[in-house]
Design a protein around this ligand. Structure first.
Ligand code: IPE
Ligand code: IPE
Ligand code: MG
Length: 264
């Protein structure tokens, strides 16, 4: 990219420009997945209720979505609520659901203006009806967008997704529409929530935790993992740019011995 292009994508912050200048725009990750973590700790360190951490985290989502769209990434998927997160206190869960509704309501216009196609990865039907309605509206009203595919992973876990895939394939096999002998990786992939997305090249986790917490278990088989101590509410454009710079220094081998590019 030329300096002028960098400026156009990144804006006027000098540190961000310097980081962006290190990015090879021909080898961008196609799909970035993020485990957003640390909202509770961020709030605790400020003597605030956990929900304030989630509220602040919405700003980070906004910043990252905008940056991903400007960079021209194909897909961005962020883990917002796991099937295990139902175990949290009811006021935290309902607070999170309220934030979700608010997010779609406030951001829909911006998503459309930026040609972003919104989607949900996970059990949409298991969410409260009013939240479902809002999400479905977001999905429908951005369905014609051709830019960044931005998905929220909601009521999602990798194990429940794979269990569901196995069940559906078994039902089809029993009905005779799938021959068990023909079951292969491609068929399984077509049954995943992410069937329409390339597999993640880069998996980011915030708040220093070195685990995948049941996120996209099948899909991240060869993702490069990037962990930062930054808590999610503090995560901004410059962190995403740095993650991409670091990603491009990795040697992806997919089990072979020669270096492969970041492209799938
Ligand atoms: C991530 O932050 C947001 C969700 C899982 C919904 P946490 O709420 O897990 O924050 P910590 O890990 O307790 O700091
Ligand atoms: C992972 O964060 C899930 C989401 C980001 C939605 P958690 O905070 O729920 O994961 P653990 O409990 O640290 O593994
Ligand atoms: Mg957490």
């Amino acid at each position: 990219m030329t300096r002028a292009q960098v400026l156009e994508v990144i804006g006027s912050d000098r540190d961000e420009q310097a980081t962006a200048a290190l990015i090879d725009f021909d080898r961008l990750p196609r799909h970035v997945a993020i485990i957003m973590d640390g909202n509770g700790r961020w709030a605790k360190s400020r003597f605030l209720p956990r929900l304030e951490g989630h509220r602040a985290g919405v700003e980070s989502v906004r910043s990252v979505v905008e940056t991903a769209a400007r960079l021209g990434l194909e897909a961005l998927t962020v883990y917002a609520f796991s099937t295990e997160n139902w175990k949290r206190p009811t006021d935290e869960v309902s607070g999170l659901m309220g934030l979700l509704k608010l997010y779609i309501r406030r951001e829909l216009r911006t998503l459309q203006d930026n040609n972003i196609r919104f989607g949900v990865v996970g059990g949409l039907d298991g969410l409260p009806k009013d939240v479902q309605d809002e999400l479905r509206r977001g999905i429908a009203e951005t369905s014609q967008m051709t830019g960044l595919k931005f998905s929220l992973a909601l009521n999602y876990s990798g194990r429940s997704e794979l269990t569901d895939v196995v069940r559906r394939i078994a039902v089809a096999a029993k009905a005779g529409t799938i021959d068990p002998e023909t079951i292969d990786e491609a068929l399984i992939e077509r049954h995943l929530f992410t069937a329409h997305l390339p597999e993640p090249d880069l998996l980011i986790r915030t708040s220093g935790e070195m685990r995948v917490s049941n996120f996209l278990l099948w899909q991240i088989a060869y993702a490069e993992i990037w962990v930062t101590d930054v808590l999610w509410p503090d995560f901004r454009r410059r962190h995403l740019l740095q993650a991409i710079v670091d990603f491009q220094k990795r040697e992806r081998r997919y089990g072979g011995i020669t270096s492969a590019t970041g492209k799938a």
